[in-house]
Write a protein that binds this ligand. Structure first.
Ligand code: GUN
Length: 294
């Protein structure tokens, strides 16, 4: 069994990006500029956004953080989106999800110009992704592809089982791994809460991707020997006796699954690290106008 070192990979990619940013600047361009909008004070969202901003700094990007209280109105948030859409100094931006209940997330996502949607959440980018056209890939699936590439994991003709069908992870990674490309050319099965006999599917997987948000859901008896396990989960489990009062864990029960796996991602230190880097890759693409010309 070997552990996929997301932190090391992310560091390597960030160093490559920093080199490309230096080159861009040396050729008279501006450093790529990412803006992030954070609404409210959800602790997990604060950590994610802080990591995104820090990651930008480490790679020589510019970043702007816009914070608004949880009771910000939908109209005010849409006005911020409009302003960022029209701010030529911002190459790309994200609105961190989830948003408070009184704000319609779909409305906000649709308001972001596809050319600035470096999260790849807008249906225009999703549609382009599904058709294999130039687009901003959603960050977590893009991070998984990068991991597969850099660890030379074969995918052609393999059985990939994805647990979870979200618009952000499960559905796009299923599309990406079934396309005619590398990584891809796999036979992909999507499992979800209504799947019958889930373990009959997961036990067939050469590559198992867990993205359900359920702590340690996948147990050792649900996988076959030699499986490659990609754990997208990031769950907080209460542990009152510890200093923090919680611990972080994935959707995979690491201790029982790891001994059977040929490769496995840890949580933390796995997929999450690459998700942040994917956002920087999209922002660099945006700065270079690689996907949308104007
Ligand atoms: N919430 C959880 N993951 C993400 C992400 O990748 N982007 C945004 N904007 N919000 C999230």
């Amino acid at each position: 069994m070997a552990i996929i070192d997301g932190k090391k990979l992310a560091g390597e990619i960030r160093a490559e990006l920093a080199g490309q940013v230096e080159e861009l600047v040396a050729n008279g361009g501006n450093a790529p500029h990412l803006a992030a909008v954070l609404v409210g004070d959800d602790p997990a969202s604060q950590v994610y956004v802080r990591n995104k901003v820090r990651s930008c700094e480490k790679a020589g990007f510019r970043s702007t953080l816009i914070r608004k209280p949880a009771d910000v109105s939908e109209a005010e948030l849409l006005a911020i989106v409009d302003q960022l859409n029209n701010d030529a100094s911002v190459d790309g931006f994200i609105v961190q999800l989830p948003l408070p209940r009184h704000i319609n997330e779909e409305k906000v996502t649709l308001a972001i110009y596809p050319a600035k949607d470096v999260d790849g959440f807008h249906p225009v980018n999703f549609g382009r992704m599904a058709q294999g056209l130039p687009c901003y890939l959603p960050a977590t699936p893009a991070g998984i592809l990068e991991m597969i590439r850099r660890y030379d994991i074969p995918t052609e003709g393999k059985e990939v089982v994805v647990i979870g069908r979200s618009n952000i992870v499960g559905t796009p990674i299923s599309i990406l791994l079934s396309r005619k490309d590398y990584p891809g050319n796999a036979t992909v099965t999507i499992c979800h809460s209504r799947t019958k006999g889930l373990e009959n599917h997961t036990r067939r997987a050469d590559i198992l991707i867990a993205a359900i948000g359920s702590p340690e859901f996948v147990k050792g008896d649900m996988v076959k020997e030699g499986v490659v396990v990609i754990d997208v989960g990031m769950n907080r489990v209460e542990e009152p006796d510890t200093e923090k009062g919680y611990r972080l864990c994935g959707d995979v029960h690491f201790d029982s699954v790891a001994p059977k796996a040929s490769l496995i991602t840890p949580v933390p230190g796995g997929v999450g690290q690459l998700t942040v880097v994917s956002l920087l890759i999209n922002t660099l693409k945006a700065a270079r106008r690689e996907v949308y010309r104007t």
